[in-house]
Each structure stands twice: as C-alpha cells, then as structure tokens.
Design a protein around this ligand. Structure first.
Ligand SMILES: NC(=O)C1=CN([C@@H]2O[C@H](COP(=O)(O)OP(=O)(O)OC[C@H]3O[C@@H](n4cnc5c(N)ncnc54)[C@H](O)[C@@H]3O)[C@@H](O)[C@H]2O)C=CC1
Ligand SMILES: O=C([O-])CC(=O)C(=O)O
Length: 336
C-alpha cells in the first residue's frame, strides 16, 4: 500500500537529515466512536511511529485490529485494568489526543456534558501533566469551551503549563464549513472558523474565502449550518451518539498539522487556544489563526481586519458565551 512506501520514505529522510523522526501519538478514549476511526487514521499516517491507545475498556481489541494495518508503526493498547496502563500509553508521546467522554443525545447542549466530562478531562490531563508534560494536548472532549480551560488549570497546578501546547480541536467546524461551500466554489477550500466550539460561538469567516459570493440569505443559512452542524448529526443518529467519523477525520488532520510542524514545516491552522486577543473583554481562550512550529503555537494571528461587519457582530455575541464556559471550566479545577 502507498502508506507503507511513504513510511519508508519518511524513515529514509530521517537518516539523510539526521533528525530522528520518532513520533509517538497517544489516544485517550481510543475504543470510542471517535477513538477507533481516529486510531486507524493515525495508524495510516506515515509520520506516526508509535501509537499508545488507552480507554477504560476494549482497547486490546482495537489495538490488535489497528495493529494489523501494514504501516511501520507499532501499536500498544491499555485499559484501566492494566498496571500503569495510562502511564505506558502516555510515556514518550509527542501528541496526546483526547476524545474520552460521553457524547450528546438529541435535545442536549454540549454544556450538558460538563458534569460527566469535566472530571474525565481533569483526571486524564493530570496524568498527562505527570507522564508527558512536554506533549502537545489535543482536546476533543466536549464542551471544548470548558474542557480546554480545565486542562490549562490542571497543567498550571502541576507547574508544567505552556500555553503553546494545549489545543481545543475545532477542526471539524473548518471541515464542515469547507464542505458546505464546496459545491458552490467547485473545489475544496479552507474556510477559517474562529471563536469556540458550541452554537453561536462557532464563527465561520466566509468573507475570507476568495471568489465566494453569497447573498445575505445564503450567508445566514450557511453560518447557521456550520454553527449547528453537530446538532444535524446528533439528530440523524437518533440517540446513538454524535459525529464520530467526520470528527476522526478532522482530528487526524489537526494531528498531522502538528506532526508536520514538529518535523520543521511552518503550518497555518485554527484551534481553540489561550490568547490575549480579547484580554480587554476578560476572555482568555479563543479559536483563531495560529502558526505552528515544533514547539506548538509559534504565533497567534489577530482576526483579519477585512472580516465583515456581520462577522464582527458574531464575535461580539460569542464573547459572553465563551466567558461563561471558560469560568465554569476554570472554577471547576480551582474548587477541587
Ligand atoms: N471537538 C469536537 O469537534 C467534537 C467533540 N466530540 C466529543 O468527543 C467525545 C467522545 O465522543 P464519542 O467518541 O462519540 O463517544 P463514545 O462514547 O463513543 O466514546 C468515548 C470513549 O471514552 C471512553 N472513556 C470514558 N471515560 C474515560 C476515561 N476516564 N479514560 C479513558 N477513556 C474514557 C469510553 O470508554 C469510550 O470508549 C464526546 O464528549 C463528544 O461530545 C464529538 C464530536 C466532535
Ligand atoms: O455536536 C456534538 O455534540 C459533537 C460535536 O461537537 C460536533 O459534532 O461538532
């Protein structure tokens, strides 16, 4: 398969440049709806040399299955029953992707998941702070607008916090926005999506897509579709969960961006990160344009001046919502 040939090419490059290209990726929640296809896509990525899969249940089966895919990486699976299982999954990881936690059912908001997922993310990120404090964390578990502040507080408490390395994964919003305009533009084009990852905090910047002309009605309806794309899937899955396959695709894409940056490429991305962009408004986290390098976030770029008045209003509407979720996450860790 071509992936194997690529893996050999990558290995060869590492010999020729002398740069060791060892990239271990850990997935926490690896046996879940997102975790399984995400582990598969990471296994198919020739930049990944080792996969550490962890879940409270069923990981050995997932690891055995994914481990037969013929790329040159090794795969190890651990459950909560394995002695030091979480430590073994995390030790030496360059990236840790976290899709552990419960998904929505119809009628729920992402914030309704807070009571269950907040402590899952707190406990898993405590382990990351202990066993792989230098790894980049990719938080998928919802509500992202609160779970990223939770991870941040955990790392601060442990004395190992570096804002360059903690990311809320908002890539699915970008993937959706890009797909929803794909037929109109005739090709797949990146659409910047900023703000956060819940309802009105999701702000697609269609004004920034060259050659895209939208009527007011089209703009409103496309914006709404991106903001509530998650609900579309939750409704269609009819009580059996939320987006898993498209999320795995989006998560693997973001992980690949970080791995490419780790190997020396300068990469432009969008993710929910700690930033002083809205410091005046008392907001510490916002998804925006970032340049990545081997250390994580190299540079945070401000929103383009050319965004439309409509998009500026959406940003203003999102700020109080984001602030509420941020405070909820931060105080959750502070109160324990
Ligand atoms: N950021 C985003 O764009 C998206 C986020 N999500 C979120 O991702 C999360 C996972 O969704 P699904 O995979 O569909 O759920 P799922 O229920 O299918 O899988 C979750 C997995 O997490 C595991 N888990 C629970 N507690 C754990 C712990 N303490 N340690 C390790 N593993 C643990 C479960 O055993 C399960 O295998 C949900 O919170 C969902 O809302 C979903 C789609 C998009
Ligand atoms: O909608 C959900 O609950 C899952 C999610 O975050 C998304 O699909 O964007």
């Amino acid at each position: 398969m071509f992936a194997t040939r690529n893996a050999i090419k990558v290995a060869a490059r590492s010999f020729s440049t002398g740069v060791p290209l060892q990239s271990k990726v850990a997935v926490l929640g690896a046996a879940g709806g997102i975790g399984q296809p995400l582990s598969l896509l990471l296994k198919a990525n020739p930049r990944v040399t080792s996969l550490g899969l962890y879940d409270i249940v069923n990981t050995p089966g997932v690891a055995a299955d994914v481990g037969h895919v013929n790329t040159l990486s090794e795969v190890n699976g651990y459950t909560a029953k394995d002695k030091d299982g979480l430590e073994k999954a995390l030790k030496g990881a360059e990236l840790v992707v976290i899709p552990a936690g419960v998904p929505r059912k119809p009628g729920m908001t992402r914030d309704d998941l807070f009571n269950t997922n907040a402590s899952i993310v707190r406990d898993l990120t405590q382990a990351c702070a202990k066993f792989c404090p230098e790894a980049k964390l990719l938080i998928i578990s919802n509500p992202v607008n609160s779970t990223v502040p939770i991870a941040t507080e955990v790392f601060k408490k442990a004395g190992v916090y570096d804002p360059k390395r903690i990311f809320g994964v908002t890539s699915l919003d970008l993937v959706r926005a890009s797909r929803f305009i794909g037929d109109k533009v005739g090709k797949i084009t990146d659409v910047p999506v900023v703000g956060g990852h819940a309802g009105v905090t999701i702000i697609p910047l269609f004004s920034q897509v060259k050659g895209l002309e939208l009527s007011k009605e089209e703009r409103d309806s496309l914006t709404h579709r991106v903001q509530f794309g998650g609900d579309e899937v939750v409704k269609a899955k009819d009580g059996t969960g939320s987006a898993t396959l498209s999320m795995a695709y989006a998560g693997a894409r973001f992980a690949d961006s970080l791995l490419r940056a780790g190997a020396g490429e300068e990469v432009l991305e969008w993710a929910f990160i700690r930033t002083s962009l809205f410091e005046k408004e008392g907001l510490d986290f916002f998804s925006t344009y970032i340049k990545l390098d081997k250390n994580g976030v190299k540079e945070i770029l401000p929103l383009p001046e050319s965004i439309s008045e409509y998009e500026k209003e959406l940003v203003q509407k999102a700020i109080p919502e984001l602030k509420k979720s941020e405070t909820k996450g931060t105080s959750f860790v502070a109160s324990k």
